[in-house]
Design a protein around this ligand. Structure first.
Ligand code: PGA
Length: 268
């Protein structure tokens, strides 16, 4: 982590929770919050049908943001099954995940589609959480950095610096997602350094503002190790975000790390 960037923790619920279950989670989770959201940007990304229920629960009053898991790049039209950035804004979303590896792998989302989604989200004033990451085969072949650099280039090349600074990048090695097998913190830290390097090439000074998250089997017992890496600014969390107690433990861990970091900054 770096005191200059506010850590961000996003819950990706994937295809889990009805509106009622989402509200039950929120009651329990919000009951535990006591000031952590001043130090950590917390985002909850439920499935679309749960968005209005959570919008009604006024997460913002407790410092928590609402996000979506996907978006289409057009604002309206004949695109059956799709949802536009404006529609997401209308149900309270400030953030949106784009290019998650499950969308890339199971729904054939191309780099070009990811680029359009990212730009459409920015255009609407939303914060896109751009997911990048290599497969196990690519890592074994020594191509992890190259693959991730290419994904970043495809999505971000040519973006003006004002917009680029609002992007959040989630580095998620595909083999670590939902498997219970996280990356080693050191490896994730090295990849985050490589991501920052590429971001500097693509976005210049704006790269220092971009938060880089780690994702892939983040859990309360391993998260602090990831946050200790200089270029890791938070996490994108699937499984461990489904239970209020484990997601809160992650939020608390990030808040503590941010406090320690600020203390170090003052001492210097
Ligand atoms: P996981 O999912 O935490 O269950 O590995 C992470 C993600 O897909 O964003």
């Amino acid at each position: 982590m770096n005191a200059a960037r506010k850590p961000l923790l996003a819950a990706n619920w994937k295809m889990n929770k009805t509106p009622e279950e989402a509200l039950a989670f929120w009651r329990e989770f919000s009951g535990r919050l006591s000031g952590e959201t001043g130090r950590v940007e917390v985002v909850i990304c439920p499935p679309y049908p749960a968005l209005p229920a959570l919008q009604g629960a006024d997460l913002r009053a407790r410092g928590v943001y609402l996000g979506a898991q996907n978006v289409h790049w057009e604002s309206r039209g004949a695109f059956t099954g799709e949802v536009s950035p404006g529609m997401l804004r209308a149900v309270g979303c400030s953030h949106v995940i784009v290019g998650h590896s499950e969308r890339r792998a199971y729904f054939g989302e191309s780099d070009e589609a990811v680029k359009r989604k990212l730009r459409a989200a920015l255009e609407e004033g939303m914060t896109p959480i751009l997911c990048v990451g290599e497969t196990l085969e690519q890592r074994t072949a020594g191509r992890a950095e190259e693959v991730v650099a290419a994904q970043l280039t495809a999505a971000l090349e040519g973006l003006d610096t004002g917009r680029a600074a609002r992007v959040v990048v989630a580095y998620e090695p595909v083999w670590a997602i939902g498997t219970g097998r996280s990356a080693e913190a050191r490896d994730a830290g090295e990849m985050a350094v490589a991501v920052r390097r590429r971001l500097r090439e693509l976005a210049g000074p704006a790269a220092e503002k971009i938060r880089i998250l780690y994702g892939g089997s983040v859990a309360p017992d391993n998260f602090a190790q990831f946050l200790a890496e200089a270029e890791v600014d938070g996490g994108l969390v699937g499984t461990a975000s489904l239970r209020p107690e484990s997601f809160f433990a992650l939020v608390a861990s990030a808040a503590n790390a941010a406090t320690a970091q600020a203390g170090e900054g003052e001492a210097q």
